[in-house]
Design a protein around this ligand. Structure first.
Ligand code: THU
Length: 135
């Protein structure tokens, strides 16, 4: 079977945004995360009256995938009324599993793409045990 198109993935992200719980910001966001095996995991932002407990759409999609045993990813499609790129916290979580991820969104001129490395060039990774020993 052919791989899902960017347009289809963005459509899934937009559909996921309809499930957002965003009464405080009124900024619904949807994410669709395409795994290397072709499975798509979607997520929406889920806000809380205790604002800091809010979780972004991207992390919902990522955590759904990882909790199902899926850890290799190809593309993340993001949808919001005003196009945005993932926040720093989500980029760091994505970098844990998918340093070579493509991130796409629908801009005014069409599909826009960035790599995760462009969006978060210096992601944090725990120094390896050997590096720790050297210090
Ligand atoms: N939000 C996301 O879902 N993804 C992002 O990358 C940035 C922000 C959500 C969090 C909050 O519910 C709303 O957008 C406004 O910040």
């Amino acid at each position: 079977m052919d791989r899902i198109s960017d347009d289809q993935l963005l459509k899934l992200a937009r559909e996921a945004s309809l499930k957002a719980h965003a009464p405080y910001s009124a900024f619904p966001v949807g994410a669709a995360l395409l795994s290397s095996d072709g499975t798509v995991f979607t997520g929406c932002n889920i806000e809380n009256a205790s604002y800091g407990l809010t979780i972004c759409a991207e992390r919902v999609a990522l955590f759904k995938a990882v909790s199902e045993g899926v850890k290799d990813f190809d593309t993340l499609a993001l949808w919001a009324e005003k196009p945005s790129w993932p926040c720093g916290a989500c980029l760091q979580c994505l970098a844990e599993f998918a340093p070579d991820l493509r991130v796409i969104r629908l801009g005014e001129a069409g599909v826009e793409e960035r790599s995760l490395k462009e969006l978060l060039p210096l992601a944090f990774h725990l120094p390896s045990a050997t590096e720790n020993e050297r210090e």
